[in-house]
Design a protein around this ligand. Structure first.
Ligand SMILES: [Zn+2]
Length: 264
């Protein structure tokens, strides 16, 4: 069977050794979704392909398909995003993004949107490693929006009162797309499944879900808003995808460790 060459744009999500000489790269392409690319000879010292196997970079590649395998024949890096590996926090977030994509994106109809989201996420993370918590939340919420598992928060799910711009609190369910007002919250029996948020958090979530990606990734937030967004989107993602996410636990350990170092 003759193999045909294709040119693809995409992101190196992860790579692993394959036998003694080769590597397998999980590549999220903009038009074929997530594919495995075999890089022959990648483990040898003078391989011309070794630069391709470093995760989180955006690349143009040429591959040849034989059977179910794609073999790399050429590549060029568009964005290396190499700054990510200089920050442990950024590495934890980037690895989370990769692992969600590996588990939930195959040749799905949404792969182009997920590719764009991941490309923005790694690019922004590499240039703003200190924004890791916000970028983490943006990825989580937008990913769920692409899967159709978020809602736009507009009104109280019980009394239908509008969520308006004032000082009152809003409660968002971590189980499903529900938002309730303060007085309905006081009557609910299932209080532990709601997270109390400010109006500006609700606005951010709606914007992250449906806004222009370049503007979404230009968002900024203070530390406490970033923490609420990270907590809420973690719980929601865990529930919707039925997985456990350890990112906040890992980040917390890291912070405890670094503050212990600071005091010494
Ligand atoms: Zn209400």
């Amino acid at each position: 069977m003759a193999s045909q060459a294709s040119n693809l744009r995409g992101i190196v999500i992860a790579s692993r050794d394959y036998g003694d000489k080769d590597k397998l790269v999980d590549f999220l392409s903009s038009n074929l979704g997530l594919i495995s690319v075999c890089v022959k000879g990648a483990l040898s010292r003078n391989s011309k392909f070794s630069g391709f196997t470093i995760p989180f970079s955006t690349c143009d590649i040429t591959v040849k398909k034989t059977g179910n395998f794609y073999y790399l024949s050429d590549y060029s890096i568009l964005e290396g995003n190499s700054e990510i590996i200089n920050s442990l926090e950024a590495m934890i977030v980037a690895s989370h993004i990769s692992s969600v994509i590996q588990r939930f994106v195959f040749q799905s109809e949404n792969s182009r949107e997920v590719y764009e989201l991941a490309a923005y996420a790694y690019f922004t993370l590499a240039r703003n490693t200190n924004k890791y918590l916000l970028i983490y939340s943006i990825f989580n919420w937008r990913f769920l929006a692409i899967l159709g598992q978020t809602i736009e928060y507009k009104s109280c799910s019980v009394c239908d009162e509008d969520i308006i711009d004032d000082d009152s609190s809003i409660y968002l369910s971590i189980l499903e797309g529900r938002s309730i007002c303060e007085s309905c919250f006081s009557k609910t029996t299932n209080k532990s499944s709601y997270v109390k948020v400010s109006f500006s958090i609700v606005k951010s979530l709606n914007f992250i879900a449906y806004g222009n990606l370049s503007k979404v990734f230009a968002l900024s937030s203070n530390q406490s808003a970033s923490e609420i967004l990270a907590f809420f989107t973690t719980k929601y993602l865990e529930r919707q995808l039925e997985i456990d996410i350890e990112v906040l636990v890992e980040l917390n350990k890291l912070n405890l460790y670094s503050s212990a170092q600071d005091t010494n």
